[in-house]
Ligand binder design. Sequence first.
Ligand code: MF3
Ligand code: CO
Length: 258
Amino acid sequence: MINLRSQREIEKMKQAGVVLASCHKELANLIRPGISSWDIDQFVEAFLQKHGATSEQKGYKGYEYATCSSINDEVCHGFPRKQPLKTGDIVTVDMVVSLNGALADSAWTFPVGNIDEETERLLTITKNALYIGIEAAQTGNRIGDIGHAIQTYVEAEGFSVVRDFIGHGIGDVIHEKPDVPHFGLPGKGPRIKEGMVFTIEPMVNAGSYDTKMDSNGWTARTADGKYSAQYEHTIAITNNGPIILTDQDQMSIYPSGV
Ligand code: MF3
Ligand code: CO
């Protein structure tokens, strides 16, 4: 069953999203060579506490940290650790924030110092892919239209879309229906309806889309060792288009003109 959320519930999720988005904006200034993903996780914990929010993923299925920090060839669910980041690295910081009982989920890939041109292009294409997916999240379309739009764009740019991890509904808990793959066929999957709230979170690999699991049972990395990037927003569907609940640029709830 796919939950449909009231305007009031969506407003509350937006408030959680504003805290999350502000945190990611702060991280953009903080992340530089010498900082570790452990430091990032500590910063996030303190930031959330300062804003009356908590980490929803700490304790979720036994996960122990406020953030997932995935470095270079790590695709997702990397553990924060003390080894300093160095110039040329990329790090994806993913977190689920809870505020007044409402959730928001967003991930962002940050460059560390100077990154090479091809890695820069990986980040740009992945971020574009997220917004292309959001654009396809219109009432009347189907969930498959989102993945199809993302896959078509990413593959035309010579990169690949990860199959093993997908977007998801979010609300009462972190992972709800619908499943939101970032690949697939147009016209397939559930019809997109007003009140749906879900994430779009393409993981894009520089090489092949295959992943392998670390021995910790959580962290996925690319099978070929090439870099992987990810951008994720939580969005709410309205008949006037999707609203980005974790937008870092526009902190008010309704897009201008709506
Ligand atoms: N945003 C992450 C996801 O949807 C959070 C997962 S919860 C965790 O995959 F426990 F894995 F961190
Ligand atoms: Co996430």
